[in-house]
Design a protein around this ligand. Structure first.
Ligand code: NOJ
Ligand code: CA
Length: 589
């Protein structure tokens, strides 16, 4: 396979932010839900290939693929059975190579999703561990421990799973096993089908070295790294200090100081970085990267620690994703990451949506969306207030218009460009997220942001998601789509002037024209008490987060020599200096 050449992407020509990932526009593809090429109701790699034109129309520079490795899909690919192959429902390594080649022809790079914290119960190492003795080398790659209490009937400690319930599962309760201590327990920070790997073990070091090499050799340019917060652990696995009754089930794990944001984790990231740097130095012209997924909202010191030069190239900033729709919260969410950039030179990876969080159109449409006290660091904790979707979409557009202007890279999640809302109408027996089952249905989980994409208004092909089989039929989509889904499809909203799709396409263009050519820095400026105003070089972006239009002073010295060049509500854009309610305008000189 030939190495990607620098000239294959003309965006590499622009002079400011190199390497490419520092200000890239990246599109996240949830493989299972993007496009189904063979009518079985499950998205696949050939489906993505057939829809690359849509992704390219947004002006993106890279695609991040959610995990597409072989997996029993207990947590939709975040339970990896084999890190060196493609899940059979999604295709083959040949399909992967073909996707990568097609994407490269369009100037688009591929990022994979790396899952280091845990693998699958079907990974060969775990299968070998189950077949081996309690103190065997096979078990040492995981966290197997004897239970406490009579015949080991209690879990080794009080840790809780991030999906609800204990973080330990017992192999078997045979009281005669293990010299009368009963069957051992294994640790899983997430679902029981996701046993945690012990990253102090040299086999684990070697495994990840090989994974990097395998995918870099295929032409992958980097990795989004999963569940970074919980990968290191205190070696003694002590009990977590008790939490009060006010702490929700899904929050308990994240308060566990013995497994969250541990110093031991940083040893893992240093090793990963050394592996990447080493590969890169042997492959001139390649600019490889890894971006950390951890919810470090309003914790700039953590972002700084993770992006030390010997660790992650970048870290997601989920601050703006989770902020309430209110001036001071939005300003803080934006300024914390920008301050780190100013100190360290590491630009944030901004994002407003992903496959774990209720879609922004729904979140910002809630009647409590403007309340500063709803700000939470837990992406799974959902407000249940009423939703006004039209208002939510308008605010989401205004937020997108802000985030496209900021210094750093930007990750879009499939369907965001269509203004898709969260889907609630999924029957309990069709819900697949382990969060739903593990909390006994108390938390509905994340299926609602993973519903298969609508491409057309044709219900007989699952709204264009599935290409029919030879006999003309299509299988049920893996998650049901709501009946009005087709109205939000790519082909329908492509016909609507000023649709959210067109807004995203224009944002990609104005970002290239007016934002990425500016320095990698930004400041807030004061041009009035109601609005949020940000200056990035020659660009000034003004957000009106209120429900009333605001009159700007166009003679203000910050705006004096500028012209409006973009508005999130273009129909209402004019030059009188009125910025409509819940909207954003870009000014440039
Ligand atoms: C974060 C991923 O984004 C999420 O989907 C997954 O369930 C957990 N990590 C566990 O891997
Ligand atoms: Ca398929």
């Amino acid at each position: 396979m030939s190495e990607p050449s620098a000239s294959s992407n003309d965006r590499l020509a622009h002079p400011y932010a190199r390497p490419w990932w520092k200000d890239a526009l990246v599109y996240q593809v949830y493989v299972r839900s993007f496009a189904d090429s063979n009518g079985d109701g499950v998205g696949d790699l050939a489906g993505i290939r057939s829809r690359l034109g849509h992704i390219a129309s947004l002006g993106v520079e890279a695609i991040w693929l959610n995990p597409c490795y072989p997996s029993p899909q207990h947590d939709h690919g975040y339970d990896v059975a084999n890190y060196f192959d493609i899940h059979d429902e999604y295709g083959t390594l040949d399909d992967f190579d073909a996707l990568l080649a097609d994407a490269r022809n369009l100037g688009i790079k591929i990022l994979m999703d790396l899952v280091p914290s845990h693998c699958s119960i079907e990974h060969r190492w775990f299968i070998a561990a189950l077949a081996s003795d309690p103190n065997s080398p096979e078990r040492a790659r995981f966290y197997f421990r004897d239970g406490k209490g009579d015949a080991g009937n209690e879990p080794p400690n009080n840790w809780q799973s991030a999906f609800g319930g204990p973080a330990w599962t017992r192999l078997d309760a045979d009281p005669t096993a293990n010299n009368g201590k009963g069957g051992q327990w294994y640790l899983h920070t997430f679902a029981r089908e996701q046993p945690d790997l012990d990253h102090t073990h040299t086999d684990v070091h070697q495994l990840f070295d090989e994974i990097f090499k395998f995918w870099f050799d295929r032409g992958v340019e980097g990795f989004r790294v999963d569940a970074v917060a919980g990968t290191g652990k205190h070696p003694d696995l002590p009990d977590q200090p008790p939490v009060g009754p006010e702490v929700g089930v899904l929050d308990i794990t994240w308060m566990n100081e013995y497994t969250v944001f541990r110093p031991e984790g940083h040893d893992v990231w240093r090793r990963f970085r050394a592996t990447i740097d080493n590969y890169e130095s042997g492959h001139p012209g390649r600019e490889l990267m890894m971006v950390a997924e951890a919810y470090a909202v309003r914790r700039p010191e953590l972002v700084k620690a993770f992006t030390e030069p010997d660790q992650f190239h970048q870290m997601f900033s989920f601050d703006l994703m989770l902020t309430p729709w209110e001036k001071h919260s939005i300003e803080q969410a934006m300024l914390d990451p920008i301050a780190i950039l100013a100190k360290t030179g590491v630009p944030p990876a901004w994002t407003l949506n992903n496959h774990d969080i209720q879609r922004i159109v729904t979140r910002l449409g809630r009647s409590d969306a403007h309340l500063p006290e709803i700000w939470t660091n837990n992406n799974l904790a959902l407000s249940r207030a009423d939703v006004d979707l039209a208002l939510g979409e308008r605010r989401a557009r205004a937020m997108a218009a802000l985030i496209f202007a900021l210094p750093g890279s930007l990750y879009l999640y499939q369907g965001e460009e269509l203004g898709l809302p969260e889907v609630f109408d999924i029957p309990a027996d069709r819900r697949e997220d382990p969060v739903f089952e593990r909390t006994g249905g108390a938390e509905i989980g994340r299926d609602g942001c993973r519903v298969p994409m609508p491409w057309t208004n044709d219900a007989s092909s699952s709204y264009g998601f599935s290409t029919p089989r030879a006999d003309g039929t299509v299988g049920e989509p893996w998650l049901p789509q709501p009946t009005a889904w087709g109205e939000r499809s790519v082909s329908e909203i492509d016909d609507i002037e000023n649709s959210t799709l067109h807004m995203y396409q224009s944002l990609g263009e104005v970002r290239d024209e007016f934002a990425v050519s500016q320095p990698l820095e930004a400041q807030t400026i004061d041009i009035g008490p109601e609005v949020i105003a940000v200056r990035r070089g020659d660009l000034v972006v003004v957000v009106n987060p209120t429900d009333e239009p605001v009159q700007l002073d166009l003679d203000h010295r910050e705006l004096a020599i500028t012209q409006p060049v973009f508005a999130s509500e273009p129909a209402e854009m004019h030059t009188t200096g009125v910025i409509p309610a819940n909207s954003t305008i870009w000014f440039s000189s």
